[in-house]
Design a protein. Structure first.
Lengths: 242, 242
DNA sequence: CGGAAAGTTGACTTGATTCAACACTGGTGG
DNA sequence: CCACCAGTGTTGAATCAAGTCAACTTTCCG
């Protein structure tokens, strides 16, 4: 408040979501007013974490909600068998820190070096109850994440590994499109194991699926963390053929 | 407002969700004030629909959000192949009507005869922006649905049909517990096909999984829509062994 | 440059799907 | 009252895709 312009010059948290209504369709991103961003910055602290850093574990006391500024985070659950089920990848403008009865419901870990905003839940609650407009942005964001979660559930219902991977690549490409240039190059910051856990496949199946997509001339893996889409239509066809 | 007490005597919409914080842990249900219920009733109308009635289709213009009063609703997506992927079953105190850019993202259909509250999205938006406390209840509810969706995603990641069905029965039982008596009898209002589409299995696999659970003496199917849990511990063991 | 982690490939196994036949149920009409 | 019929659910046999195990290659990072 005493430094109003800092909201524009210092990195401030923001949220990305597709809106409920058609009227706001021009943008995919929730635009927070600089006052709102300033308010969020006041109840939160900036955090930089190295890759692989565990941010919190399932069941740990939940006192914070996090907004991703830079980098990629994964949210997962450890299963009794020792396997892990990935619930979501989180990118800039995403929110995480889902709690239930005061405890986190997932584990989260940095995939790449990340920059986060850590917001105190109790302070955020107060703020949201005071500022209904800001709360509405959060409501839109959580709704967006619900849609994404459902989309993933539909995705992993598929039987064919190649189709799942195709959908995944499209998902990552769509995210990139939303952010910036419509490029054919899609970065995959996560490991094959992470992709496998996200798609509900074995590591080897992901590898074989990648081979098949490559064999059909749909994509080219420049390196393990960068795919180039060669035939967008062909890829879309496989991805859609559920 | 002119009939304040009607909120208690006439059926009014309510929401059920596990809260974020431990402090409110005593109850699973969001308690709306009678004023809030009255406000919701004023922007909505009561709706009674027969079983099988399609409530809305994917892509249709989204102008309403629905609260379930009685009965069961299913939310699903029609896939290009003609299959359908069930996203969720909705029970009393649940909310549905997820929209994206002004269109619904799923189809919804009544599984049993249902009683719904239909709330105008535009009016609800105005109301939520005026009443931050009420909006917070909606935020909690959507968050709850996000958790449920993630839980289901973990569920269908499993390989074994029997385990999935066991989890499903526990899910339905937990819902019942929350509502009322801790009974061993769990009603399954939906068809086997619906269960199959929800679990990501074929109809036959559900049938065989049921046979296996029955064979192990864990459950007894009194009839296709009513399971009795005979060995809760054994069922839990299979359900947990992911 | 070396060692460890990550990714790929191959051979075999397993479990769900598919296709097809059959059983059960509740409602209708002769 | 019973026979029929359609919708729903069950069971069986063959197939096929993904999992597993194991060997190998590539990439990454100190």
């Amino acid at each position: 408040m005493n430094r109003v312009d800092t909201a524009d010059t210092r990195p401030a948290p923001s949220l990305g979501a597709v809106p409920f209504l058609k009227t706001a369709a021009e943008t995919d991103t929730i635009v927070l007013t600089s006052r709102q961003r300033e308010q969020l910055m006041q109840i939160g602290i900036r955090l930089r974490l190295p890759a692989r850093k565990v941010i919190y574990r399932e069941g740990a006391p939940a006192d914070s909600v996090f907004a991703v500024m830079e980098g990629t985070v994964k949210s997962y659950r450890e299963l009794p068998s020792g396997k892990r089920a990935l619930c979501a990848f989180l990118f800039p403008r995403d929110l995480f820190g889902l709690a239930e009865r005061g405890g986190y419901v997932n584990c989260t870990q940095a995939v790449t070096p990340v920059s986060l905003y850590r917001l105190s839940i109790s302070q955020l609650t107060l703020l949201l109850k005071r500022d209904a407009e800001l709360q509405f942005q959060f409501l839109a964001k959580v709704t967006h994440e619900l849609r994404e979660s459902q989309r993933r559930a539909v995705l992993i219902n598929r039987r064919d590994a190649a189709g799942r991977l195709a959908m995944f690549i499209e998902l990552m490409a769509a995210r990139r499109d939303r952010l910036a240039v419509r490029q054919r190059e899609v970065p995959l910051p996560m490991s094959r194991t992470d992709i496998a856990d996200y798609l509900g496949l074995s590591l080897e199946s992901v590898s074989r699926a990648a081979k098949e997509l490559r064999g059909r001339g749909l994509v080219k893996f420049e390196n393990p963390h960068l795919v180039r889409i060669l035939d967008a239509a062909g890829l879309a066809e496989i991805a859609a053929a559920v």
